[in-house]
Design a protein around this ligand. Sequence first.
Ligand code: SF4
Length: 477
Amino acid sequence: MIGALLERLRRAEEATRPAQPEMLAALRRRWEELPDHVRHPAQLLGRRGLGCEGTHGVFPRCNLACTPCYHSRDANRVRVDGAHTVAEVDRQMAYLRARRGPRAFAQLIGGEVSLLDPDDHAAALQAMRAHGREPMSMSHGDFDWDYLRRLALGPNGRPRLARLSFAGHFDSLMYGRRGIPRPGSERELNPHRRRFCELFQRLEREHGVRHYLAHTMTVTPRNLDQLAGVIRDCRHMGFRMFAFQPAALVGDQRRWREDYRALTADMVWAEIERGAGARLPWQVIQVGDARCNRTAWGLQVGDRWIPVLDDRVPADLQARDAFFAHFAGVDAGAPRLLLAARLVRLAARHPRIVSLGLRWVGRLLRRAGIWRLLRHGARPLTFVMHSFMDAADVRPAWELLQRGQRSHDPRIRATQERLAACSYAMAHPETGELVPACVQHGVLDPAENLALRRLLPLLPSGRQRPADGTPRRPLPG
Ligand code: SF4
């Protein structure tokens, strides 16, 4: 009896540890692997997160068309095959679990995810969760209520997934969307963006399945000046994140229509700020290399966006440092009671975080304004910019990296630095490699899709005739 009691206490003690030792070890490993130039106080990788992960070669096909398109020209000649998808997702996620660590965000990404049968889609998400991954499905969003319902509910009509995360990719560079095959502007797509959000709101209302929605969008010189309008028009629709990807010269060359190099990160970020109506302090917390990622976390309070941390406020920097120092490995997605118990233990061990936390909340309330908060409430809203690199730079940079050599060409050298600090990995269990998504799309996809085309040829019936291109862009992690 005493033995059983002691055993229970031991298990409770283990479960309520603020962070699990395996996750702490994975974070330490990640930090040590990072190159020196990104090991600075603002770096999130190796302190709070392991980075983002994505699938590849699991369903390359898509039924819309994009200019530009990141997918190789053979992607649309591969059949969508649920059994292949689920087995391959399971294999890749198992490898990431073993190599990277117990928990990470991962994107179910390839061609268009809604071409998967809903049961196969659900099985792929469940496989990702089984390996400790928090999955996000990447879609063009052109699907119906029936598809979403069948994805979320099992054959017994009850939810088989408690929560769904989706990124809807909407921009005027995509062709073939039902009801608006050739959008003339970003604004014309707003009813489709709204409809996408409303599908998930209905799912939550009618079946209790929660959701997290991101809006992703490719940026080229053609739609740059419309980006701010998209944010202003759509920030109250229900998206929790707006992620922008300046176009890169990667994928199907037939679909490169503009001089994408005319865009700079500062130009795109300035437009995002114009849309948010606020300065977006991306330097306070960084994910990997700043040339790849900019992220600003904040709250939308009425029409005002408030940063959760401001890089011009020393007390906020102090709060960030304490957060990184003491909240490493704390699983914010744990069941609420368990999370509360862990936080109590954390506070008992480091009482200073309580006063730091309270002062931080006070600053946040002042920034937002109490009356405005009471009137509008607050919704978390994150802005992201992820800048993929041109395949012509990635190929030589990757080849040299694999040989352990550094390039003398400053442009290729910069590419190598970014690849070494990559925050968005894809798994190759067959070779034992984790590769940056830039390498996957710019170097490996063509041969991979050619092999898949032979493995999974299109059905002779013509039911899955290829569309001429693919529309999605990966989302940064
Ligand atoms: S995928 Fe490319 S752009 Fe994205 S973080 Fe990795 S190296 Fe940088």
